[in-house]
Design a protein around this ligand. Sequence first.
Ligand code: DX5
Ligand code: ZN
Length: 222
Amino acid sequence: MIPRTCHDRVIAPSLLAADFSRVREETTRAIHAGADWLHLDVMDGHFVDNISFGPAMVQAVHETNDIFLDVHLMISRPDHYLERFIAAGSDLITVHVEADHDVAETLRRIRAAGLQAGLAINPATPFEAAEPYLGEIDLLLCMTVVPGFGGQAFMPEVLPKIEAAAAARSARGLAYHIEVDGGIDATTAALCGRAGANVLVAGSSTFRAPDMAAAVRAIREA
Ligand code: DX5
Ligand code: ZN
């Protein structure tokens, strides 16, 4: 996978909205529909009020194709589980600033393993919480819903934070991607794109669309 710059729009369907009984076929369907990355939501039932899947799922997807795997760890101790997600074939691992770990050290370990490192901030977390780490990340994920479940409504109050992230990026000469996740469809993708986001995660609006390719295209062109 060719590394992308912060100028390219990246569409990352979220596997959480796929049919788990047919994960390989669903992954292939996303690739054929034009997905750039696949977003994998790992939930531990503790950091968020839901349990999804772990490294075995990441590995199963990794073994079937070459698509870039964007692994979003919504878990309390990302530092403890990190090696397992690295070994499973993740290309980029995103950890939350709110989780219980040494954030700088976890980011350093992700990059030391040759992966890209992402940092996520919840809707209620101010941009300032991410600021100390901006020089150490490849991606900043601004959650546009409270994490835990697919199919929630987009929170427009996050838009100023995306603008702040884009402004800080140019002011400091950095190149991290700005990703949004939660309630993204063609309409909300346009708002986020205008604010400065370039990686658009979309679960329900892609996997559950009648025509997934058309849905991916609509988000890309929004
Ligand atoms: C939310 C997850 C999202 C979720 C998005 O906790 O991090 O990635 O799958 O789902 P939609 O696009 O349905 O809001
Ligand atoms: Zn996610």
